[in-house]
Design a protein around this ligand. Structure first.
Ligand code: SF4
Length: 263
């Protein structure tokens, strides 16, 4: 382990087996609709902020190449994981429309702040954590009316995560007393409030990462089988999810019993 990131922390704490399959076994993950949706929206926002006087880009220009890239891995898009209701999942045209809607909302939201940086590299060290932490902040800036330094993280899905992601950013950037917001961009999602991060302790955040790092280093690859499996990128690679007839992929990739502790 040369470094950690919030996404690795999150992946491991949700299901150590999934982290093992992705990071240690480098298993071929299931393709999804939500990844290209999120990436296209992030890319469009970054482009729009870098070209403030140009016409906003078309969603198709950003979204289609990402979809095409994933189709090289899994051409049958009906096998991709998708969000939304089962009867009407967010795929194909609905997915493209979601990209457009999220981008429109992001432009409206951005009117509230002066942007300092996009995708700011906040990577660094935390006290008590023996490896560096990689972190990229979607938006750093200042709220125009409140005159406070703010961190924003765009979310195109429907679930607002816990605060630890933005707490990590605040711990890595102690030069300001930050307020943070997960900006929920999908239509119908309520506006989120700012979270006060002025009292975040880098020591406490560092200790939480170190505790997870030590479990990774101890090769604990426990499977948290349950509700999350239906949205897991590694559902075809995981013996714990395989039932009595494991897929060839699961037999090939999931060697958690040989490589570490699968319980
Ligand atoms: S399918 Fe379930 S148990 Fe298996 S790796 Fe994914 S979340 Fe973990």
């Amino acid at each position: 382990m040369e470094y950690l990131s919030y996404s690795q922390y999150n992946s491991y704490t949700q299901c150590p087996r999934s982290w093992y399959l992705s990071k240690i076994r480098k298993a071929e993950e299931k393709q999804t609709w939500f990844l290209p949706i999120g990436s296209a929206v992030h890319d469009m926002i970054e482009w729009a902020l870098a070209h403030p006087h140009a016409n906003p880009p078309s969603a198709e220009e950003f979204f289609f190449p990402l979809v095409a890239k994933q189709r090289l891995v899994e051409p049958d898009t009906s096998k991709w994981l998708a969000g939304g209701p089962k009867a009407s999942p967010v795929v194909e045209g609905k997915a493209l429309q979601l990209v457009k809607d999220c981008f429109e909302r992001a432009l409206e939201e951005l009117e509230d702040i002066d942007v300092w940086e996009v995708e700011y590299d906040a990577s660094g060290r935390l006290p008590g954590l023996s490896v560096p932490l990689k972190a990229y902040v979607d938006i750093r800036g200042e709220h125009k009316k409140k005159k406070i330094p703010v961190i924003w993280d765009w979310k195109t899905g429907s679930t607002k995560p816990g605060n630890f992601q933005v707490e990590t950013y605040a711990a890595l950037m102690p030069e300001h007393k930050w307020q943070a917001r997960y900006v929920m961009l999908a239509p119908g999602k309520p506006k989120t409030r700012y979270v006060d991060l002025s009292e975040i302790s880098p020591e406490v955040v560092g200790m939480k990462y170190q505790a997870v790092l030590e479990q990774m280093q101890a090769k604990i690859y426990k499977a948290n089988a349950g509700f999350g499996c239906q949205f897991c990128f590694n559902q075809d690679n995981c013996l714990a999810n395989a039932g009595v007839l494991p897929t060839r992929q699961a037999i090939y990739y999931d060697r958690s019993a040989d490589d570490g502790y699968p319980y």
